[in-house]
Design a protein around this ligand. Sequence first.
Ligand SMILES: [Zn+2]
Length: 327
Amino acid sequence: MNTGETHVGAASIGIDIGGTKTLGVILSYQGNLVAQLRFPTPSSSAKIIEHVLMVYSQLSREAGDDVDIASLGIGVAGLVDTAGELRRAPNLAEADGLRLGEMIGPSLDVPVHVDNDANCAALAEIRLGAAKDVDNALLVTLGTGIGGAVVANGKIFRGGFGLAGEPGHMLVEPNGIRCACGANGCWEAYASGTGLRNLALRRAETGELQGLVQELGGEFEGITGELISQAASAGDEEAIAVVDEYAKWVALGLANCAALLDPEVIVLGGGMVGSWHLFGPKIRGLFEEFLIGSEQRTLVQIKPAKIGEAAGAVGASLLGTVQGTNE
Ligand SMILES: [Zn+2]
C-alpha cells in the first residue's frame, strides 16, 4: 500500500467501527491510501448512524474534487448477517439489530456495504497484505477477544447465515477460564490478548512472576500482556513460561482450525505481532506438533498481519469491489 499519490480518480471510503474508536479511510482503486481519520465511537447506538454520516462527510471533504467516491463500506465489531443486519455486537451498546446499510444508504448517493470487521481485515490482507493472492486462508486477530475470517476459494466464507469464521468461542477446556461471553473454557479466554493476561494472573496468584509483581507494587491486577512480553524478551524465566503456555493455546486452536479448513496461509493479527520474534516461532513449532500429518502435509505458512491497525477500514473500503457482499 502506498500513500501520497497526487492524482487519485475513483476511490472508495471504508469505516471501521470498533468498540471505542472509529477509523475511516479513503482507498484509491489502485490500492493507495489517500486519507485516514480517527474518531471516538459514540457510546450510544442511537448516534451510530449520525456518526457514520459525519465520518463519511469529513472524509469526502478531505478527498477534494479530484476524487470520485464510488462506494462506502462499513466494518463493525459483531455478528453481521448476509442481509447486513448487526445481529450481536457485545462491544457496541444497544446496537444489536441495527440494519446499518438500509439506514444509511438513503442519505448517500453511493452504494453502502456492511460486514464484520474481521472479514474486512481478512479482505485487506488477501488483496493487499500478508495473504495477497492466496485462495485459502485463515485470518485470526488476537486482541481483546479473537476475531476470525475464513477465505475459501478466494472469497470470504460466510456459512449458512453469514456468521461463519468466529473461532474465539470454540471450547478448548471445559470448566476452564471464564470467557467474556459468559461460558467457561472458550479459546478466546486463553489465546486472545486478554487470554495472555489471564494465564499470567493465574500463575501470579500461585506465587509465580514475583519479579514482575514486585515492580507493580505487589498488585497482580497491573499485569498486562505487554508487560509479560517485555519481561520474557528481557529473559525472565517465569514470563517465558507464560509465553510458552500462551503459544501452546494459540497453536492448539490454530491446529484445530487447520484440521477443519486446510488453509495455505494463516495470518495472525493483534498486539503480539509487535513481538513476533517471541511468539511466532513457538506457535509455529507447537502448531506442527498438534496438527495431524504435519510431516506429510505441505507446510501451512503462519504469518504476522501486514496492514496493521487500518486493516478493518481498508478492507471495508474494498467491500464494494466484492461480489455477493452485504449491501
Ligand atoms: Zn466465549
